[in-house]
Design a protein around this ligand. Structure first.
Ligand code: EPU
Length: 422
């Protein structure tokens, strides 16, 4: 198991490049199932989540791998085993998004029911309801979802809103099922996240007929079949936001390239409110902070609201603000595993239900801490960059799921992080 030893405080300054989006890549890899043949996806990051998803596609019967230039290919000419094993799904919940495309392509899918995870219970009731609306028969058997549609799926008007708003992977699943359904499907209260826009654009390039992309009302005219595709995924807005906070929390000056500010308006707005300068620059932005961090209140919401995937990182930043802030988690109300760890680093955080009251402190102080999930780990790395002393972060495999070689990339802009195997 690897640990990070992070010496602080440092200022991160220089240029850093954002990789392709993990959360766009995973459903787009699943879309490869729909176009029988060899699809090529560009800019997929080198992450453990991508490797796990590759393994899953391989088990279905796809041939998958990297070209010499790093492009990723999925050859789905033959899918002889529409089965998502518990052993893989328990390692990565996003595996559940093979359900829709498998059902559309094979008329049958058996996929392990995902369990809870460090960020909450995470039900998939909306995924299943949507697929049932399209005519699938779905039964739960020995922890597996057994979905069948031997005569194909039929288009329908489907409402996909739940108690916490829209669902990202639920929308992806229904969208990938609906593209091959007979007739018209309308998905109302669809997720509007840029990753869903990217998936829909990819599907249209494969021959799907999707309108309303980027809006909460997706209209899909079913087609007979899709073609394999060559497609490049969007940059990772959560990685970009994490780097923005790195500049902000350390008072450095970071030029962030391959970053689409238009996808990040809520984040940029909150950073500016906290006293951080974010200036558009060629293919990205420059982020600096000269004065104090201002206190600020943050509510996480589905897109275009402030993303839950940056909540933990912002909490690290606001820990050093002048005054008190309130952070309310409206997407995953239990996503607060980082609170106790940040408090071990001398932050002053108090959890009240799905809110955290952040009383700003003058400085953070290094401590041994434990990574619990991907974004919580990122918050600990950010806090450690600003903290006095050497922070030791255990279980960094969580961070490797979503950030490629983060220590090397941050070290190139002034961080002092060493990875050690213990
Ligand atoms: N929900 C339901 N029923 C469902 C589906 C979701 O009640 O059937 C609830 C969830 O429990 C949650 C809310 O709806 O309260 C939103 O969940 P959503 O389905 O949108 O989350 P997801 O699709 O499982 C993706 C990302 C997450 C990200 C969320 C929210 C991927 C692979 N995962 O998850 O990313 O936090 O959307 O934006 O795209 C991460 O990258 O660290 C990560 C966790």
């Amino acid at each position: 198991m690897d640990i990070f030893c992070i010496d602080g405080p440092v200022q991160v300054s220089g240029t850093i490049r954002v990789n392709g989006s993990k959360n766009a890549s995973l459903p787009i890899m699943a879309a490869g199932i729909l176009g029988a043949g060899r699809s090529v996806f560009k800019s997929l990051p080198f992450l453990s989540d991508i490797s796990v998803f590759s393994e899953l596609l391989g088990q279905l019967g796809c041939k998958v791998g990297r070209e010499q230039n790093g492009d990723f290919f999925v050859d789905s000419s033959s899918i002889d085993n529409p089965f998502g094993d518990y052993d893989i799904v328990r390692r990565m919940r996003a595996s559940v998004c093979i359900l829709g495309p498998l059902l559309a392509r094979c008329g049958r899918a058996e996929v392990s029911m995902p369990g809870g995870c460090a960020i909450g219970v995470r039900p998939i009731n909306l995924h299943l309801r949507g697929l049932r609306e399209l005519g699938a028969e779905i039964n739960l058997k020995n922890g597996y979802i057994v979905a069948e549609a031997p005569r194909g799926l039929e288009g329908k008007e489907i409402f996909m809103g739940g108690a916490f708003g829209s669902t990202v992977l639920g929308t992806a699943n229904i969208l990938m099922a609906a593209v091959l359904a007979k007739g018209r499907t309308v998905i109302e209260s669809a997720a509007c996240e840029p990753e869903i826009v990217d998936l829909a654009n990819c599907l249209n390039k494969m021959g799907a007929k999707i309108r309303g992309i980027g809006s909460p009302r997706l209209i899909i005219e079913g087609v007979q079949g899709l073609e394999p595709v060559e497609y490049g995924v969007i940059p990772d807005r959560i990685e970009a936001g994490t780097f923005m906070v790195a500049a902000a929390i350390t008072g450095g000056e970071l030029r962030i390239v391959n970053c689409r500010l238009n996808d990040m308006m809520a984040v940029v707005d909150k950073l500016r409110g906290a006293g951080v300068s974010v200036e558009p620059a060629e293919n990205g932005c420059v982020v600096t902070r000269d004065g104090n961090v201002n206190n600020s209140d943050v509510n996480t919401l589905p897109y275009p609201g402030f993303p839950t995937d940056l909540q933990a990182q912002f909490m690290a930043l606001l820990s050093l603000a002048k005054g008190n802030s309130v952070i309310i988690e409206k997407v995953f109300p239990d996503r607060f595993m980082h609170v106790a760890e940040l408090n071990r680093m001398s932050a002053n955080l108090r959890k009240e239900g799905s809110a955290v009251i952040v009383s700003g402190v003058d400085k953070l102080i290094a401590a041994p801490v434990m990574a619990s999930d991907l974004r919580a780990s990122a918050a600990l790395v950010l806090a450690a960059l600003a903290a006095e002393g050497t922070t030791v972060i255990n279980r960094v495999y969580h961070i490797d799921r979503g950030y490629e070689r983060i220590e090397e990339r941050l070290n190139e802009v002034g961080a002092r992080i060493t990875r050690q195997s213990i």
